[in-house]
Design a protein around this ligand. Structure first.
Ligand SMILES: [Zn+2]
Length: 324
């Protein structure tokens, strides 16, 4: 009888990772490949199954299950991927397919919900039963642990924190609404604002455009972060607006959920680490004093491993309430 372990999968728009995670939340082995977006769900599921078997062969006991975090909307009760914008998936029965391919129990969740659970059990939220995890990458996702439970909501979509409204008259969001946190502070929104600012004022935008290789299409949130780090005024003023939007969003989250810890992560936070201090100060200033009495604002601890670890831990059934 070998040790307990499960497979944890991080399914991204560019990269697919499958990890062997032990009962203590440690990654013992992992495999990575480019996501076969063109091949569609069947090809990606076959890749997942092949990588899973390769990890399984090297272990001395079978996995207890497989957990998958996906960057989109899921129905956790049905194990269904409702919509994955980056991969163009609609209504894919991922849990059923994986259970058929591998003959082990499968759990499907949103990627940032998996991250929140991983950070809660083994990372920046260890021992903390009330936390909010906000990931600011190309989009903005979230996960909430309250009373030691991962909040799922009525239809298992609780945690769509990128789509809380910050500005009633703000710019359009990918969700069809306006002025969402993501439409103001997500990576795609930062790139869009930067392109607008550069085309409106090419002289002030020289630095950003140069860092993007002279191409408007090359402008990304990373370009803006790089330009800001070198003191570029346009980038600094854009990021000031981003930080105000993030603070406004976090004030609402802290007032709504009263977490002990607010964990921030994702590409935009990694690229502009000052945002953590700004959010800490801004939330302390503007949220209800009673809500922030014990609040700590911290970066994620597990980095890119949080997703596979959290997904595997859901599969290991360490969640007080099984998500299926
Ligand atoms: Zn939205």
């Amino acid at each position: 009888m070998g040790e307990r372990w499960a497979l944890g999968v991080d399914l991204g728009g560019t990269k697919l990772e499958v990890a062997r995670v032990d009962g203590d939340g440690r990654i013992r082995d992992s495999l990575r490949m480019a996501t076969d977006v063109d091949g569609g769900p069947a090809a990606v599921e076959a890749d997942m199954a092949r990588m899973s078997r390769a990890l399984w062969e090297k272990a001395d006991s079978p996995p207890e299950g497989i957990g998958v975090g996906v960057p989109g909307q899921i129905d956790g009760k049905l194990g269904l991927v409702r919509f994955l914008p980056n991969l163009g998936w609609n209504n894919v029965p991922l849990r059923e397919d994986l259970e058929r391919l591998l003959s082990i129990p499968a759990v499907v969740t949103n990627d940032v919900r998996a991250i929140a659970w991983g950070e809660h059990l083994h990372g920046a939220g260890r021992g903390i039963d009330d936390l909010v995890c906000l990931y600011v990458g190309t989009g903005i996702g979230g996960g909430i642990v309250s009373g030691g439970r991962l909040l799922e909501g009525c239809t298992t979509t609780a945690g769509e924190l990128g789509h809380i409204t910050i500005d009633l008259n703000g710019p359009p969001c990918t969700c069809g609404n306006r002025g969402c946190l993501e439409a103001l502070a997500g990576g795609w929104a930062i790139a869009r604002q930067a392109r607008d600012m550069v085309s409106n004022d090419p002289l002030a935008g020289e630095r950003i455009l140069a860092l993007a290789g002279g191409s408007m299409d090359g402008i990304s949130a990373a370009t803006v972060a790089k330009a800001a780090a070198s003191g570029d005024h346009l980038s600094l003023s854009l990021l000031e607006n981003v930080s105000r939007a993030l603070i406004a969003g976090c004030v609402s989250l802290v007032n709504a959920f009263n977490p002990c810890r607010l964990i921030l992560g994702g590409g935009v936070i990694d690229g502009v680490p000052d945002l953590i201090d700004k959010v800490r100060i801004g939330v302390k200033r503007s949220a209800l004093p009673a809500s922030t009495a014990n609040l700590e604002v911290v970066p994620g601890f597990l980095g890119a491993n949080a997703g596979p670890i959290g997904a595997a831990c859901l599969a290991l059934g360490l969640s007080p309430r099984q998500p299926r």
